[in-house]
Design a protein around this ligand. Structure first.
Ligand code: PMP
Length: 447
């Protein structure tokens, strides 16, 4: 893919400017030189859920833009209707929605709402948030304080808020109970340890991604993990916030990934797939008790962002959600996604470079290691997953290179293959064939 010429954009990676995209349609992206790519990365950031250029969404955008695209402190029919339909899409008893412009804002909102709930409930000392290592909740400094990803935090220390972090449910590199044959859910117990350490009377919420994204792609917790976490949260009167910015809106084959684990959280944060990238949109979905406490208290949640809930983005969100439901795309993400993970495992699962293949639905994660027996990671500087992604790109397939740092949050590589839900099995076959060639190429280079 060609790169932007003489860019004056302050890109993330100044040495490797971003590829220059010209247009996209369905599951394909074209660069400015006319080269076509199969997009198994959902827009690179795991955002595109329903594919590019869906006419229903384009029509809804045009119609809403012509009516009204912004209405500030007023509400609008698209906002109200999207809230109603999202509440139906969410677990029972979660009927209230606050809109934002993206995932970081959604997590900032959830953190503030958790604190506000305890103020309204007469427990103002409960203000701390507990996160986990190997997590990502956003790049704004509040969400980054909850984030447990060394690479993203390292240049910006100290964090705005000194949030504590529990162990991740990282079975492949478990430091707690992996030495024994059976998982004893020590990672869930670690949440209790951290809450007790912080003082339960000070802890407002625990935040976690049900299936981890950017900080440890495709990390799925062991069976029973979230049930135990829910019990711990209930015992200490701590809210459970699940960050479904990446895993939600159907990507894992359930409406929200937490539904795989039979637990109802207190707050769900959304982004990415909620608008499938057609317009910036995020949301926090709250359990009714939280709304009721605020309504019975001050009646105010003094918080908001100018563009949160704007009618144009909400009309997009509504069209995307209806498209997902009309075409049964959640079931399809589960079905074709399951096939994707099986095929990746079959093709490269035994390769000497591959430590683990994991994930759920259209959220597949692959960890590369320099030694399968010792699980020794590659040094960060080698950028092995980026090299694999570049080889795929040269062959016309886009995947999700990691932002690095898994073995210890700095070294190691875990990358993703996270296509839009409309991928066909033939698209999976092509992606996996190209991936296998790319892995073989990089292994040969490293040898
Ligand atoms: N949470 C998770 C789990 C994410 O994957 C991301 C984005 N990668 C965010 C939060 C932040 O969302 P945004 O970039 O829209 O602010």
């Amino acid at each position: 893919m060609s790169t932007s010429p003489a860019s004056q954009v302050f890109h993330r990676d100044l040495l490797h400017p971003a590829p220059a995209v010209d247009r996209a349609s369905g599951v394909h992206v074209w660069d400015v030189d006319g080269n076509r790519y199969l997009d198994a990365s959902s827009g690179g950031n795991i955002v595109i859920s329903i594919g590019y250029g869906v006419q229903d969404v384009l029509d809804a955008m045009a119609e809403q833009a012509a009516k009204v695209s912004f209405c500030g402190q007023f509400t609008s029919e698209p906002q109200e209707q999207l809230a109603r339909e999202l509440a139906d899409f969410a677990p029972e008893g979660m009927d209230y929605v606050r809109f934002t412009s993206g995932g970081s804002e959604a997590n900032e909102t959830a953190i503030k709402l958790a604190r506000h709930y305890f103020v309204e409930s007469g427990k103002p000392s409960k203000h701390k948030i507990v996160g986990r290592w190997r997590s990502y909740h956003g790049n704004t400094l509040g969400a980054l304080s909850a984030t447990g990803h060394v690479m993203r935090r390292v240049s910006y220390a100290p964090m705005l808020l000194p949030f504590a972090h529990a162990a991740p449910p990282y079975r492949y590199r478990c430091t707690l109970c992996a030495q024994s044959d059976a998982c004893t859910l020590s990672c869930a117990d670690d949440v209790e340890r951290v809450i007790l350490n912080e003082g339960p009377e000070h802890v407002a919420a625990f935040i976690a991604e049900p299936v981890v994204g950017a900080a440890a792609m495709g990390m799925v917790p062991p069976e029973g993990y979230f049930e135990r976490v829910r019990e711990i949260c209930d015992e200490y009167d701590v809210l459970l916030i699940v960050d479904e910015v990446l895993s939600g809106m159907g990507r894992t084959g359930r409406n929200f990934a937490i539904e795989h684990f039979g637990v109802v959280p207190d707050l769900i944060t959304c982004g990415k797939g909620i608008s499938s990238g057609y317009s910036p949109l995020g949301a926090v979905i709250a359990r009714n008790e939280i709304y009721d406490a605020v309504a019975a208290g001050s009646g105010m949640f003094e918080h908001g962002f100018t563009y949160g809930g704007n009618p144009l983005s909400c009309a997009v969100g509504l069209a995307v959600l209806r498209h997902i439901e009309k075409h049964d795309l959640v079931a399809r993400a589960g079905d074709v996604g399951g096939y994707l993970i099986d095929e990746i495992r079959a093709a490269i699962g035994d390769h000497p470079l591959i430590g683990e293949v994991s994930g759920l639905g259209m959220l597949a994660g692959i960890e590369v290691v320099s030694d399968r027996t010792t699980k020794e990671p590659f040094p960060y500087e080698l950028g092995v997953s980026k090299r694999i992604a570049r080889k795929c790109q040269e062959r016309g397939v886009l995947i999700n290179p990691s932002f690095s740092g898994n073995a210890d949050g700095y070294r190691g590589d875990r990358f993703g293959v996270c296509p839009p839900y409309i991928f066909e099995r033939a698209d999976v076959d092509h992606t996996v064939a190209v991936l296998a060639e790319a892995v073989a190429d990089v292994a040969a280079e490293l040898a």
